[in-house]
Design a protein around this ligand. Structure first.
Ligand code: NAD
Length: 476
């Protein structure tokens, strides 16, 4: 499977098309730990478009209600119901099924335990982003990969969105020469952005904060777009919007515990009725009695430990610099990124539709005209680019990634979008370093955070030593 192991050798192994019969004979067995919202994307892929080549033998979770819900969904999809295991029986699940890979879709800080145990049992891992949440946990994964010789695939779906892939191709083709700096602004609005402050994500010990949980996607994109790795990080972060003080300034007497029991639900326009959405009800409301987890906690709670406003400067080994900002209470959702190169500037923007995780809607969807890309030469008229678009979750990236992951006949990928633990670490370490800067105010060197991190496989880019064309003379 090209996607699972990643890298050139794996890609080469997948070059030949596999006849349907042979593919069925080599049907891969997966097990999954963590059966919440995101887990469903992998389940639906295995029970749907990839059922000829993949099967989900077993699932594991701390919550028996969500296990039963996932098993019911399998039956509804016409697939055999996977065997269910409570989290305490994870090791037994591995020995009962000896899968080709474990799919890890638990909350972020719990990934490491399952990744390391699977690797040590000689089993490959497919893990959701972020690979993990702090430097010690990242080190444990790097060490386990080295010790076991097994593989970790980090599912960076953002790389696969057709319009972001197109940006990578233009940078590789040298459209703007070599990139010297990047300006990247990511905005979360008060629907999707607020949602991070209601869930486990609001606890930094579990999510690593938005610098790790969310920005891992964005830092990975820049690492991959530049084909480079980070060296230094400076950052500032604060929480100044999702606070009890803001609630009071909006005329509320809260914060309170959660939306369902909130005495001010008629006054608070951040109120979320989770029981009204069939997806949220089935996943969370119906299963609260097993673990007491509330998916609709008050966004104004004082105990929230993540930031809502973050600014980061990253120095890359190749000399480029990144200026990045993430804001979680914005007027619109999406991003602007601009690459400043020796021949000009590539500008790319996306306006995304509002989204609530776990609800019955696609995440990261955008209207076609909401994606724009243009090249602005150093001197001359801007050139608009016809953007490549896709269907489904995350701008069409999910479906392309799933095909790369589960289709044994997936073609070799010249863009090397399949990420392993090295790319997984390079992205989270920027966020982990930023979290450290928030506390100390001092620059952090990535090399001081972990040992034995090798450079990921990344496609070649225009080099900093190539001749640079003289731009046209300005006529006055
Ligand atoms: N790539 C993407 O675009 C994307 C999108 C959404 C979520 N994610 C990632 O997917 C993962 C899951 O997020 P989610 O939104 O599905 O969360 P969720 O809360 O909906 O689901 C998490 C599931 O894990 C279970 N769980 C909790 N602790 C556990 C433990 N110790 N052992 C086993 N199971 C445990 C919970 O009961 C729940 O069923 C996270 O890492 C998140 O960052 C990625």
């Amino acid at each position: 499977m090209a996607g699972l192991v990643g890298g050139a050798a794996a890609a080469a192994a997948s070059l030949q098309p596999v006849p349907a019969q042979a593919a069925a004979a080599r049907r891969r067995t997966f097990v999954q730990v963590g059966c919440g919202s995101r887990a469903r994307m992998f389940q639906d892929a295995i029970w749907g478009p990839h059922k000829a080549t993949s099967r989900l033998a077993a699932i594991c979770d701390t919550n028996p209600g969500r296990l039963a819900y996932a098993a019911r969904r399998a039956t509804e999809a016409g697939a055999p119901a996977p065997k269910t295991y409570l989290a305490a029986d994870f090791a037994r699940m591995l020995s009962d099924h000896r899968p080709d890979a474990v799919i890890v879709t638990t909350p972020d800080a719990f990934h490491v335990d399952y990744i390391v145990r699977a690797l040590d049992a000689g089993i490959d891992v497919i893990t959701e982003k972020p690979m993990t949440t702090d430097a010690a946990k990242a080190q444990a994964i790097l060490d386990a990969v080295k010790r076991s010789g097994r593989h970790v695939r980090v599912t960076f779906n953002y790389r696969y969105a057709p319009f972001r892939t197109q940006v990578k191709e233009m940078l590789m083709a040298g459209e703007i020469g070599d990139v010297l700096s990047v300006d990247f602004t990511w905005l979360l609005n008060t629907v999707h952005g607020a949602d991070y402050f209601r869930r486990w994500h609001s606890n930094k010990a579990i999510s690593g904060g938005l610098m790790v949980h969310k920005a891992t996607h964005h830092f990975d994109l820049v690492n991959w777009w530049l084909s480079d790795v980070p060296a230094t990080v400076d950052a500032k972060g604060k929480r100044q919007f999702y606070t009890p003080e803001t609630a009071r300034r909006m005329g509320l007497s809260g914060p309170h515990q959660r939306c369902r029991t909130c005495p001010e639900k008629d006054k608070c326009n951040f109120y979320l009725d989770i029981a009204a959405d069939p997806g949220l009800k089935a996943l969370y409301v119906d299963n609260e009695r097993y673990d007491g987890y509330f998916r609709d906690q008050c966004v104004w709670r004082p105990e929230i430990s993540i930031e809502d406003t973050m600014n980061v400067i990253v120095g890359y080994e190749g000399g480029a610099t990144l200026s990045y900002s993430l804001n979680a209470f914005n007027a619109w959702e999406g991003y602007h990124v601009a690459f400043n190169g020796t021949k000009g500037r590539l500008e790319h923007s996306v306006v995304e539709q509002a989204y609530v995780a776990g609800a019955t809607m696609a995440q990261g969807a955008s209207d076609e005209d909401a994606v724009t890309t243009r090249i602005v030469p150093l001197r001359g008229a801007p050139r608009p680019i016809k953007v490549r678009t896709g269907e489904g979750g995350h701008g069409g990236g999910d479906a392309v990634m799933l095909a790369d992951l589960f289709d044994p006949a997936a073609p070799e990928d010249p863009l090397l979008r399949a990420a392993d633990e090295r790319a997984g670490a390079c992205s989270i370490l920027i966020g982990i370093a930023a979290n450290q800067c928030f506390k100390t105010g001092k620059e952090v060197k990535i090399a001081d955070l972990v040992t034995g991190l090798r450079r990921p496989d990344l496609p070649p880019m225009p080099s900093h030593s190539q001749p640079v064309p003289m731009p046209p003379r300005v006529v006055r």
